[in-house]
Ligand binder design. Structure first.
Ligand SMILES: Nc1ncnc2c1ncn2[C@@H]1O[C@H](COP(=O)(O)OP(=O)(O)OP(=O)(O)O)[C@@H](O)[C@H]1O
Length: 362
């Protein structure tokens, strides 16, 4: 039998589910299965109470797939959810997302959340969501209690990046939104409230209302840091966030080429105007190391963000390479930091997380 999705699922259907009922496939535990040139990755998604003791099951699944003919590297990641199953059964929060904002005196601290850091970019597609998800997981791996708010209302990508398609539940009051959890991160995204492929066409006030609800009505719990993945550019959401919440600061992600840096400058200017401290810049898609010959190529140039940061007297937090595992991980539901924590690219994210912790910013 060739190594493909079906043969892998057939193998996994022979492994008992830790609930004691059925197998991994019949219990619907397998997520984000990808097969590339024989390399196999997938996520096993379990409710928290099962995930705690599911390491032997994860190992059994990994070994069984690795034994299939033609199998290359096999990576299986276990994620524990604050019961998406339960959340799906619970009534949805009784609130209209995108209502008009309620008046508020000024930026407020959110109970239980120590710090709020916005992740921004001047331009779309530079990898802001990729950086946000991997950085959130890297901070969690280093012992921090981390939340991630996907405030990219126009193109929420964190549900895909974290491999979650559950729906948040509501608290007993019918107002509180119970966030989801994956890879050690507490997660909320407008994407959880929309149907797939549903576009958001909200005007300014509705966007502001939605953001205010996400900040105020989500039961984030006690967090060392909440990362906010902003939409690209300099619009209403950015402005609202700085008006509604006491931000610790912002991190600007840019690719190295001039045109991206030009836009990054606009984002930096916006933060200056809203008096939000810029904690530093990250250069994404910095260099490409050929996996076959090891040669390093600077596809979009290299070092532009570092130079820009130095020019503006801002900390430069690190550079992330352009790497196929980063793309496959993010687009496949298990960011590289979770699926290949020992890889060189995961270490670059871990270093940035360490730098933020050592600098007392998280
Ligand atoms: N360092 C990287 N190496 C390889 N692929 C990457 C890297 N960073 C991001 N990507 C890929 O580039 C695409 C865009 O990334 P991402 O969605 O994170 O960007 P964004 O800036 O958040 O975009 P948007 O403007 O839609 O919010 C995705 O397919 C992602 O997997």
């Amino acid at each position: 039998m060739p190594l493909d999705r079906d043969s892998i699922l057939k193998t996994l259907s022979a492994i008992a589910d830790p609930s004691g009922q059925g197998n991994l496939v019949s219990a619907d535990r397998v997520r984000a299965l990808s097969v590339t040139n024989g390399d196999v990755r997938f996520v096993l998604e379990m409710p928290v109470e099962l995930a705690q003791n599911a390491e032997p099951t994860r190992l059994a699944a990994q070994n069984a797939v690795a034994e299939l003919p033609e199998a290359g590297a096999v990576s299986v990641v276990l994620t524990a959810h604050a019961a998406p199953g339960e959340a799906a059964k619970a009534p949805p929060p009784n609130l209209k997302i995108g209502r008009h904002p309620t008046p508020q005196a000024g930026p407020q601290k959110i109970t239980g959340i120590n710090r709020i850091i916005a992740i921004a970019s001047g331009k779309g597609g530079v990898g802001k969501s990729t950086v946000s998800s991997n950085l959130a997981i890297a901070l969690a791996q280093q012992g921090k209690r981390v939340g991630l708010l996907d405030a990219d209302v126009y193109g929420p990508s964190q549900p895909r990046m974290f491999g979650i398609n559950g729906r948040p539940g509501s608290g007993e009051d019918g107002k509180t939104i119970i966030p989801l959890r994956a890879h050690g991160v507490t997660l909320m995204s407008i994407g959880f409230m929309l149907k797939e492929d549903e576009a958001v066409v909200w005007r300014g006030p509705m966007l502001m209302g939605a953001l205010q609800q996400f900040l105020g009505q989500v039961a984030w719990g006690e967090l060392d840091v909440l990362l906010v993945d902003l939409p690209p550019g300099t619009g209403d959401v950015q402005l609202t966030l700085s008006q509604k919440a006491e931000l610790t600061g912002a991190i600007v992600v840019s690719t190295p080429q001039d045109i991206a840096l030009l836009d990054a400058r606009k984002a930096l200017d916006m933060f200056r105007k809203t008096k939000t401290p810029v904690l530093g810049m990250i250069e994404n898609m910095s260099t490409f190391v050929c996996p076959k010959c090891g040669e390093e190529t600077s596809i979009f140039g290299h070092g532009g963000a570092r130079t820009e940061a130095e020019k503006l007297g801002l900390p430069f937090l690190g550079e992330i390479p352009l790497n196929i595992d980063i793309r496959l991980g993010g687009d496949g539901g298990a960011p590289v930091v979770a699926s290949r924590p020992d890889s060189a690219e995961s270490k670059t994210f871990a270093q940035i997380a360490r730098r933020l912790i050592d600098g007392g910013l998280v």
